[in-house]
Design a protein around this ligand. Structure first.
Ligand code: HEC
Ligand code: HEC
Length: 335
């Protein structure tokens, strides 16, 4: 009898959960990139999960956007961080009009059009489709601290919960929920903007074999990592103080980037609102050497201090261009 129940249970769970079952048939716009790559014979990522439970996904979404959710015991979980939520620095939607490029100018336009923030860290959308995290200058500058995160998404998440978010690491169930959520916002083929000819080519794959060429080809439609170039503040003699900047663009940066954290009631006590006192303060410091100079603060950021944890991440070249910084200066100069 026991055996029967067990057998029955496993058949049932196999039926409802269909662990690791990959769909058959032709690839279409709604096919997930992971499904495509696995059917083409690519390796499963280390962080792979086929968990599609909607409750778990919702929990993951709440952890990412609010820092807490209702835990498996039915109680409100404790905040991951007292200072930040993940979405203070990361978007959860597509933020680049062309997934093959990390271009801040195109991103700013796209953000304005789609009414989303313009942030210093990269979006969670398609995060599970990347193959490397904390790239380039993050590896150079932080060395051993970020090394384990380079090839392992779960390590990157652990690192960011503690170092970026200044909070506690996720518990196991939270990590599972977050991974399920991240897979719910992975790339779909429609995001790659394939043409009809491309779909034909893709659907010509050989089943049950490794389609090396097609795998390589499909990976040319998106970046497998977010490039990151750190900059020193631009040299004094090269600063234009907004002379050739576009104040309209600058206003946009101010509103959908700086004010994300600096508006009243947000993550810092240093408030920057849309009033002339705050903007004049920035203007008066534009030419100084202090932390209040745009040129310094944007490229250096600030550090978390033991008594005061909130800090400002620096903007890399890929997240704020030289011209955008000049645009911001031009805007500030209008006050
Ligand atoms: C104060 C800002 C900030 C907060 C809050 C924050 N992050 Fe990050 N995160 C960063 C920065 C900066 C990077 C490195 C740049 C990048 O994303 O490419 C990063 C990188 C990452 C990466 C690797 C991305 C990549 O492609 O290199 C992951 C994964 C990540 N964060 C997860 C999280 C999670 C989960 C949370 C919430 C618990 C969180 N982060 C909160 C700033 C932040
Ligand atoms: C992810 C959140 C975040 C974003 C985005 C952000 N800041 Fe900050 N910024 C902070 C925090 C936190 C501090 C730490 C200062 C404090 O709270 O006292 C800070 C500090 C500063 C300071 C120095 C103040 C001091 O007390 O040292 C300036 C100036 C500043 N930010 C300007 C900007 C500008 C301009 C932008 C947009 C280009 C911007 N910040 C974007 C979070 C942010």
């Amino acid at each position: 009898m026991k055996l029967f129940v067990l057998l029955f249970a496993s058949v049932l769970s196999g039926f409802f959960l269909m662990p690791d079952k990959i769909s058959e048939g032709k690839f279409s716009e709604k096919s997930s990139l992971t499904e495509v790559l696995l059917r083409l014979g690519d390796k499963k990522p280390l962080h792979y999960t086929n968990e599609k439970d909607s409750v778990l996904i919702q929990q993951g979404y709440e952890i990412i956007t609010k820092g807490r959710t209702v835990n498996p015991q039915g109680k409100k979980s404790s905040l991951q961080s007292k200072y930040f939520t993940c979405v203070d620095c990361h978007n959860v939607m597509i933020e680049d009009p062309d997934l093959r490029k990390s271009d801040p100018d195109a991103r700013l336009k796209y953000a304005a059009k789609n009414n989303i923030p313009f942030l210093s860290a990269t979006t969670f959308y398609g995060m599970v489709n990347r193959e490397h995290w904390y790239n380039q200058d993050y590896q150079k500058k932080y060395g051993d601290l970020v090394k384990p995160a380079k090839d392992t998404l779960v390590n990157a998440i652990h690192l960011c919960t503690v170092e970026c978010s200044q909070g506690r690491p996720f518990e196991k169930w939270e990590l599972d929920a977050v991974m399920a959520y991240l897979y719910s916002i992975e790339y779909k083929l429609e995001d790659l903007k394939l043409t009809e000819v491309d779909y034909k080519k893709l659907n010509s794959f050989r089943k049950g074999e490794k389609n090396e060429e097609l795998i390589k080809w499909i990976k040319t439609f998106y970046l497998q990592y977010s490039p990151a170039t750190f900059l020193d503040p631009i040299k004094k003699e090269n600063r234009e103080y907004g002379k050739n900047g576009n104040p309209e663009n600058g206003k946009l940066v101010y509103e959908i980037s700086c004010m994300q954290c600096h508006a009243t009631g947000r993550v810092t006590n240093y408030t920057l609102d849309q009033n002339s006192i705050d903007l004049k303060h920035l203007k008066n410091n534009l030419k100084t050497k202090s932390y209040f100079s745009l040129y310094d603060i944007t490229r250096k950021g600030t550090y978390s201090l033991p008594g005061y944890r909130p800090y400002m991440p620096n903007y890399t070249l890929e997240r704020l261009s030289h011209q955008q910084l000049e645009d911001l200066a031009a805007y500030i100069n209008t006050f």
